[in-house]
Design a protein around this ligand. Structure first.
Ligand code: KIV
Ligand code: ZN
Length: 512
């Protein structure tokens, strides 16, 4: 008999902990809405006590999400738990996720606490959280490197205090599938009240095995919740990737025999949205969501596919949101067709005014580019969302001149705190000159640690999508911008990154 597997998405919490992936409240809200369309069971919206920005983002998400449980992380102390509970007050279904480390190295060197103190604090925190919310997840941080006897005592105690989900993280990505699966199995067998909670896996990808470890935790260990992120975003090498683990469970249902409630046709939109918001580009050969994931280039494969799809295809591209015919629109397409395509792509606009603004941008693009791809439409909507969020810095116009043998010069007109300013500068190339022209007024002092350009749809007529990563006072932000003119795309990406630095001055680094 098949049973239900809970999909817990932590893109907005563990994913956001990836250096440079921090998101604004509005960006998080947009992604949360897409996660709800994807039908994830639990959305971990952030870490309420880590910053005012995160608190406000969780609160906003809790107030609008109706179908998924909304969760906040919190350390195992009363202050953090209170902040989490306050942020979640408006939620239809709320979960507090409290954690404390249980491995010898973390207890001794990081927490400087004895195992008995950790045990007491874990119990006390779950008891405290239970007074505010019924749905409590407890995580033993670095569980996989913890001593089994001690871990069993902690888990038994927190279940007695009312924890309803027990998460067993491989925090440092050290596990091997068979060993991790057996670790969960042993814990479930040895903890006397293990049947009173749902067991959860949370795997990091340092050795490239996060998905395999999570699946082993489910198959061998009997876990019934997987924690994962869109595109595998997360600390260091990332977390278990949602799209990979879900499609493995679906495609090999014959083996796993588990029910997963995800609407897989929303996967690609979610992937694009996360990548465009964070500036973390998806590699072309990434399973499920990479540009080449369903492309058959070799003659033998193409011949086979034309005769029968199942010769080389184990999944249908349409089932994860790739459209069968990718060239879909042009300058003659009307507003209704545009709106319908947005719906098919899983993009929800907040109002008819927003649809009109995005449609105007689409028309502008269609005048410059004969074929519009899904990727272009998603970039247009993303641009529009950025423009709508009334940022401190906004792009107005650019003129630049470059000629062989001469130093390029650029003039950028931009808005800055509501005023229009103009800056002019020379540079090594047109992009360099344009960004220096912005700095004439901004003087950010930020260091650029990454600049990358990607053709959204593959040809020279394509829009260029630029990612810029800036570092300042220990903070790292990514900015993205898209335009058929890559110098303009670069300026937009740079301003997007500056806006993030500007708005996140109050954020503190999240922990956990
Ligand atoms: O990796 C980890 O241990 C975590 C916990 C806070 C769940 O992210
Ligand atoms: Zn983690």
């Amino acid at each position: 008999m098949s049973d239900k597997l809970v999909i817990f998405d932590t893109t907005l919490r563990d994913g956001e902990q990836s250096p440079g992936a921090s998101m604004t409240r509005d960006e998080k809200l947009r992604i949360a809405r897409q996660l709800e369309r994807l039908k994830v069971d639990v959305i971990e919206a952030g870490f309420a006590a880590s910053s005012n920005g995160d608190f406000e983002a969780i609160k906003a998400i809790a107030n609008v999400i109706k179908d998924s449980t909304v969760c906040s992380l919190s350390r195992a102390n009363d202050r953090d738990i209170t902040q989490a509970a306050d942020a979640l007050q408006g939620a239809n279904r709320a979960r507090i996720h409290t954690f404390i480390a249980t491995s010898p190295v973390h207890m001794e060197k990081k927490l400087r606490m004895t195992p008995e103190q950790v045990l007491e604090q874990a119990k006390q925190s779950v008891r405290f959280a239970r007074n505010r919310v019924a749905d409590i997840e407890f995580s033993a941080e670095d569980a996989y490197r913890s001593e089994v006897d001690f871990l069993c005592r902690v888990i038994e105690a927190v279940i007695n205090e009312g924890a309803t989900t027990i998460n067993v993280p491989d925090t440092v990505g050290y596990a091997i599938p068979e060993l991790y699966g057996n670790f969960i199995k042993t814990l479930r067998e040895r903890v006397p009240n293990s049947d009173k909670a749902i067991w959860s896996v949370h795997c990091h990808n340092d050795l490239g095995m996060a998905v395999a470890n999570s699946l082993a935790g489910v198959k061998i260990g009997g876990a019934r919740q997987i924690e994962c992120t869109i595109n595998g975003l997360g600390e260091r090498a990332g977390n278990c990737s949602l799209e990979e683990v879900v499609m493995a469970l679906r495609t090999r249902r014959d083996y796993f025999d588990l029910d997963v409630g995800i609407d897989t046709t929303q996967i690609l939109s979610a992937s694009r949205m996360v990548s465009q918001t964070t500036g973390f580009v998806v590699q072309p050969n990434k399973a499920i969501v990479g540009a080449n994931a369903f492309a058959h280039a070799s003659g033998i494969h193409q011949d086979g596919i034309m005769k029968a799809r199942d010769t080389y295809e184990i999944m249908r591209a349409e089932d994860v949101g790739w459209s069968a015919n990718k060239i879909i629109m042009g300058k003659l397409s009307g507003r209704n067709a545009f709106k319908q395509r947005l719906q098919e792509l899983g993009v929800q606009m907040n109002s008819e005014t927003d649809v009109n603004l995005a449609f105007a941008k689409f028309k502008e693009l269609a005048d410059r580019k004969s074929e519009i791809f899904d990727e272009d439409i998603l970039a247009v909507v993303n641009e529009e969302n950025i423009a709508q969020s009334h940022e401190h810095y906004g792009f107005v116009s650019l003129s630049q001149h470059s000629e062989t043998g001469e130093q390029p010069q650029a003039t950028v007109v931009m808005s800055m705190g509501g005023h229009e300013v103009t800056g002019t500068s020379n540079g090594n190339g047109p992009v360099d000159a344009s960004l220096k022209a912005i700095e004439v007024h901004v003087r950010s002092g930020a260091e650029m640690v990454l600049y990358s350009v990607n053709a959204i749809s593959g040809s020279t007529e394509s829009q260029g999508e630029v990612t810029v990563r800036l570092q300042h006072s220990g903070r790292v932000v990514n900015g993205v911008g898209a335009d058929p003119d890559i110098v303009v795309a670069s300026v937009k990406a740079y301003l997007n990154a500056l806006n993030k630095l500007h708005s996140q001055a109050d954020r503190v680094a999240a922990q956990g």
